[in-house]
Design a protein around this ligand. Sequence first.
Ligand SMILES: [Zn+2]
Length: 88
Amino acid sequence: MSCGQPHATPCTEVIASLSAYIDGEVGASEYRLIAIHITECPPCEREEQAQRTVKALVVRATTVSRAPGSLHERIRVQLAPDRPNAEQ
Ligand SMILES: [Zn+2]
């Protein structure tokens, strides 16, 4: 993957470090090099966006997986027979 333009940091190095970059696990100087590269290189920018999307989906999926418990509790409260305004 390359846009054909010369870069200070090779695309292969940027791609290899993207996940750590997105997670904020790279050093300040490496972070800066990758950030600059992404602004100059559309293919790497697209890859960075794709990885951010995947990570966001993973976070959402793991959050949603906890929803049924709270949903169950909400429904249980709504259906509780001793609710003051509940109609029989
Ligand atoms: Zn690149």
